[in-house]
Design a protein around this ligand. Structure first.
Ligand SMILES: [Mg+2]
Length: 355
């Protein structure tokens, strides 16, 4: 599906892609999942094609006959079958939770421990652009209802600072700003840029340094006093433990796709929570049922100090049966069972490609 062009430190995205997954039980109940494939080769090393083959040829045959109410066991089967296919695992995991939720007539958030809130503040990103364009984009996002904006950065630290300044001057003090260089700055650039960025009143800086440089991240936390959120450094609970030991993070950005599903996301959240590190849920430009699944996940967190990322609402059409409407900077948790919303099959048929 074509999307409004979006650039980060890795790539430019102009096409949204995902694999739609359907898991059916013996009673004809259907769980839907989305394997988001837009942010692919540069970051995950996986594609629409590899995801389709992992599911069709390996995971789907292994899941036939599994108990749909034993989601953990089904995920274990997936891990034993094709454990390294993160995008495929994510879509299957979302579909398994959706199916179990529909069988029990409860939302996915109940399966994850229970919803702690019915409305969730949301954020959108602005891709890497020139300062004038960033200011223009910020007006568009505020008009769409966002009260939190994250600026993508990491190609040029000087431009990144100018962009933050331009957006802060444009939106005033009411809008919360965050900056994400996607591991694109050096230690030196980070020290210099963060010093300037503090003048723009940032909530936090996300992953300024490469994922492996926990020592550098701890140094930045100590010397700049600006909260550091880690994204690329945290893929699983073991990473959380390493990050805590290195004192490298104030916050963690969990993405369902990076974690390989909702079950793994909850495991990361619980480990971080036990260490006193709050989490948010980030975006992977979800276009279909992974978006409401993200709401289900974030709603189950006991503490959610910062907005959940929903950049997709600003850059593409959503292929869902009902719109996700921003009200007062927030989205409502959908009320239905499972993920709470259904794929918009009519639109999906129009965009469908055979793989
Ligand atoms: Mg990030």
């Amino acid at each position: 599906m074509p999307m409004h062009g979006f650039t980060d430190a890795y790539s430019t995205y102009s096409m949204n892609q995902f694999v739609l997954i359907r898991i059916e039980n013996d009673d004809g109940k259907i769980g839907y999942g989305e394997a988001p494939c837009t942010v692919t080769v540069g970051f995950y090393g996986e594609t629409l094609e590899s995801t389709t083959i992992a599911i069709r040829n390996y995971i789907a045959p292994a899941l036939i006959g599994a108990d749909p109410l034993n989601v953990r066991k089904a995920i274990l089967i997936v891990n034993q079958t094709h454990g390294a296919a993160f995008l495929a695992k994510t879509g299957i995991d979302i579909a398994l939770h959706d199916l179990a939720g529909k069988i029990l007539n409860v939302p996915t958030s109940t399966l994850l421990g229970g919803a702690q809130r019915a409305t969730l503040p949301v954020a959108s990103e602005i891709g890497i652009v020139e300062p004038e364009q960033a200011a223009k984009e910020s007006i568009r996002l505020v008009e769409l209802g966002f009260k939190v904006i994250k600026l993508k950065a990491g190609n040029n630290a000087e431009t990144d600072v100018k962009n933050a300044r331009a957006v802060r001057d444009q939106v005033g003090d009411e809008i919360e700003l965050r900056v994400d260089p996607n591991a694109g700055w050096s230690r030196y650039e980070s020290l210099k840029a963060i010093k300037e960025l503090t003048k723009c009143d940032l909530a936090y800086v996300e992953q300024p340094l490469p994922r492996w440089d926990l020592e550098g991240l701890a140094y930045l936390r100590k010397t700049t006093g600006v909260p550091i959120m880690l994204d690329e450094s945290v893929w699983d609970p073991h990473d959380v433990i390493k990050v805590v030991e290195a004192k490298a993070a104030d916050l963690i950005n969990i993405k369902i796709t990076k974690a390989g599903g909702l079950k793994n996301s909850i495991d990361i959240y619980t480990t971080a929570q036990a260490s006193g590190i709050p989490c948010i849920v980030g975006t992977e430009l979800e276009a279909c049922v992974a978006a409401p699944a993200k709401l289900q996940l974030a709603s189950s967190f006991e503490d959610l100090p910062f907005a959940v990322e929903f950049t997709e609402l600003a850059y593409q059409n959503m292929l869902l049966d009902k719109p996700l409407k921003i009200e007062n900077g927030c989205l409502h948790l959908p009320g239905g069972p499972g993920s709470g919303l259904y794929p918009d099959m009519k639109s999906i048929e129009q965009h469908k490609v055979a793989v």
